[in-house]
Design a protein around this ligand. Structure first.
Ligand code: SF4
Length: 260
């Protein structure tokens, strides 16, 4: 089932937060997620699910890693073709890659499965976790992240909150800013951020053009866009800086953007 994946290891990708980041894709048979974010760089989520399972065997991932130039990467990051916590072997792979490389391990998650104790337990073995939080209400969640039915903002926030209490490593919140400031309810978002009290809040803009369909290379950042790719409208860098300052003033948390 997994033989046609070119490799489960990709990159390294140059990341503004992490430096040279080697990607691990535990999903790669297709684009698989519990969200269908309007800005998703994968283009299209073909399998919308919240059901955990093993999509790629652990041995296959380790074999691909041994064949890759992992030694030069600053960090190894679990992201790829969708939501990494959907992979039931996430904890096992984290443990084995740590043992093999002794590199800092980072997980990028959309936070939808963090209410699951087993998922949180597996994540405790990572060094850094970046949790997506784009919404301050269920209607914004539905508009931006387009979750699978049954996923609420309340379950996402309480999952991140639990993880924050249990995880000793570095926990950041990643928020994609899509809307004009008039539509942006900054106080409501700040209230949630204060509750979670993360180590850092990272504000992003959807600058990457969105492909019309999923293809495996879309998980990296070396894809050249064509006319079919969609460019999303977002706030200007000046407006983003205003939002950053305001959020930072209200929450007293380190709020960062790549444009500072
Ligand atoms: S959570 Fe990530 S992979 Fe899933 S739809 Fe959103 S951007 Fe794409």
């Amino acid at each position: 089932m997994t033989n046609h994946i070119p490799t489960t290891i990709y990159g390294p990708v140059e990341s503004w937060r992490l430096g040279s980041s080697l990607g691990v894709d535990l999903l790669g048979i297709d684009s698989i997620c519990s969200f269908e974010c309007v800005y998703c760089q994968l283009g299209k989520i073909n399998i919308l699910t919240a059901q955990r399972k093993v999509f790629v065997a652990t041995e296959r991932v380790l074999k691909d890693l041994r064949n890759a130039d992992w030694q030069t990467a600053d960090v190894i990051t679990f992201s790829g073709s969708g939501e990494p916590t959907l992979a039931k072997n996430l904890g096992e792979v984290i443990e084995k890659i740590k043992h093999l490389t002794h590199k800092p391990l980072v997980v990028l998650t959309n936070s939808t499965l963090l209410h699951d104790k087993q998922v949180r337990r597996e994540l405790l073995k990572a060094d850094k976790i970046f949790c997506k939080l784009d919404a301050w209400s269920d209607s914004v969640l539905r508009r931006i992240d387009r979750p699978l039915a049954g996923i609420s903002l309340e379950s996402i926030v309480s999952g991140i909150f639990q993880l924050r209490r249990e995880f000793d490593g570095f926990l950041a919140i990643q928020t994609m800013i899509l809307r004009a400031p008039s539509d942006f309810e900054i106080e409501k978002l700040a209230e949630i951020l204060l509750l979670i009290n993360a180590d850092e809040v990272q504000l992003n803009l959807p600058t990457r053009p969105v492909p019309p369909d999923y293809f495996v290379e879309a998980r990296g950042n070396a894809v050249r866009s064509t006319r079919e790719f969609r460019q999303l409208k977002t706030v200007s860098k000046t407006e983003l800086e205003k939002i950053r300052r305001k959020l930072s003033e209200i929450t007293k948390l380190p709020v960062i953007t790549r444009y500072e």
